[in-house]
Ligand binder design. Structure first.
Ligand code: ZN
Ligand code: ZN
Length: 283
């Protein structure tokens, strides 16, 4: 009983901490939007209010229930990887590099892993869970919070891969931190392409094209931090700021429950013999 209470108290403290961080992020991005777009930023925020409400509900559910479970699962899996001897002994390499190059190398490596994981999330069987993130028609920094638990678990597996590659624990944590906050930036409603820096770094306009519906570019730009991976693997698309309609063609309801149930509905339907036949016939 005391263990459960201690867990709940820890969960509540983490939730309050996350609320503080979100409030600070909201202030920073509101100030940025005002500096770039002036009064139009207020109209844009008003137009995004409906989607922001869904993001807020899913974010709260994520902080309270999903994040602690994902964290426990990843901690267990990385321990299994270590105990089973599946971890590369790369400590001398990191010691030679020093802290800052180690962190930069880890974020680069993490982005490479994340690029391919994200491409997997766009394949037929994983897409129904990832579609929840793409269903936001008014992309803002807060859209990063719209994730299905299955999708969150998939993304968190990046850390297990880094652990298996022998990346130090502190650098794994640093990678999560950098990718999370850079993730807010690329989802922000800002027209930035980053100019020449866009050759190296992902920009908000680049990720907005990734969220475009039914147009060229919607199957592009899979990385989070570095644009080089998309350039290297032929998925780069940045003709300029993105004004194309965003979202997905699937209807998954407007409520958080509808969003959570959507992939399970799709997967169950696909397992029914009649639907499977139709899918096979269509292929
Ligand atoms: Zn995606
Ligand atoms: Zn996104």
């Amino acid at each position: 009983m005391s263990t459960v209470l201690a867990f709940l108290a820890k969960d509540a403290r983490a939730f309050l901490g996350a609320l503080e961080t979100l409030a600070l992020a909201a202030l920073v991005f509101a100030a940025l939007a005002w500096a770039v777009k002036g009064r139009r930023s207020l109209a844009d925020a008003k137009a995004a209010a409906g989607e922001t409400r869904i993001n807020a509900v899913l974010s709260a559910l994520d902080q309270l229930a999903v994040s602690p479970i994902v964290a426990l699962f990843i901690a267990w899996l990385t321990t299994v990887v270590r105990d089973q001897g599946l971890q590369l002994h790369a400590a001398p390499v990191w010691a030679l590099l020093g802290p800052t190059p180690t962190l930069i190398a880890t974020v680069f490596l993490g982005d490479f892993v994340g690029y391919w994981r994200h491409r997997l999330q766009h394949t037929k069987w994983l897409w129904p869970a990832h579609a929840i993130h793409h269903s936001d028609t008014r992309l803002t920094w807060f859209s990063l919070e719209r994730m299905h638990p299955v999708d969150r678990l998939g993304s968190a597996l990046d850390t297990v891969v880094l652990a298996a590659l022998g990346v130090p624990f502190w650098a794994q944590a640093g990678n999560v931190f950098v990718r999370h906050y850079y993730g807010y930036l690329i989802h922000a409603d800002l027209p930035w392409t980053f100019g020449k820096a866009g050759w190296l770094l992902n920009a908000p306009a680049m990720h907005r094209w990734h969220h475009a519906r039914d147009v060229a570019g919607s199957g592009a730009n899979f990385a989070t931090v570095f644009s080089v991976f998309d350039r290297l693997f032929g998925t780069f698309h940045l003709p300029g700021p993105c004004e194309a309609p965003l979202g997905v063609s699937e209807d998954m309801g407007r409520g958080a429950l509808g969003q959570y149930l959507h992939p399970f509905r799709v997967w169950l339907a696909a397992l029914r013999p009649a639907t499977r036949k139709a899918i096979l016939a269509a292929e």
